[in-house]
Design a protein around this ligand. Sequence first.
Ligand code: AMP
Length: 282
Amino acid sequence: MKILNTVDDIREEIKAARKVNKSVGLIPTMGFLHEGHLSLIKNARKENDIVVVSIFVNPTQFGPNEDLESYPRDLDRDRKLVEEAECDLLFVPEVDEMYPSGYKTYVEVEGNITKRLCGESRKGHFKGVTSVVSKLFNIVSPDRAYFGQKDAQQVAVIEQMVRDLNFDIEIIPCPIVREEDGLALSSRNIYLKPMEREDATILSKSLFKAKEMIENGEKDAKIIKDFVTYNIMTVEYAKIDYVEVVSARTLEEIRTIEGDVLIAVAVKIGEPRLIDNIRMEV
Ligand code: AMP
């Protein structure tokens, strides 16, 4: 595996691969890798000749009062993990490499798809995401890019951006990887104190129960939303940011549960803000 720190260096590697008609799969990450990230790499490994992983804690997607400084980092450990997962190229740029002085250009997807859910409490977050992902797409020009369904809104926003800007890249959404007790893996989980870690399982438990209710015929989105909300409120350390029942593609609120439905939650458990969701075709 080669580690590249500059845009020029990774471009040279990609150019060489393209010359011999190799396909390229990209997995953008912010590092502190876990089995969720590794599942994306495994999927990419099956479908591409060259697998590129990027590790970049992107400052433009963090708000002023968010955890940019304290976001967990461990490049040595990450390097070993991606190497074991048979990644070919690991791209680890510094902030100055991605945003040199005088940087002025951003990519923004408009409308409710970025304004609602995480967009409401994390103003500017998706503008940072779509800007950095566009840059990575232009730098790596992959055939396929892999994103976790854990960040369901991010997947919907990126799919919208790819359609709108005619990126010739296939977006591959990958299923959520969970701990045995249901907690969705997240780099932020290490900040959960033991009691909070117990409470954190309420997210997936509530979502799984809601799924069961829908499978048993519940069609009223408000009943599902209220059920998940009250369920989460039963644990001590949970502070709800949102519980939403929406169309998975547009993220518009729905009243009746039908079609491609997403139940998404964001909850602060102590300090860390966790997100989780369930997507269902009804
Ligand atoms: P991050 O490093 O948190 O920006 O995540 C990088 C990629 O890994 C994103 O596409 C995430 O959606 C994905 N990811 C993070 N956690 C999980 C998980 N538990 N299961 C599947 N994919 C995940």
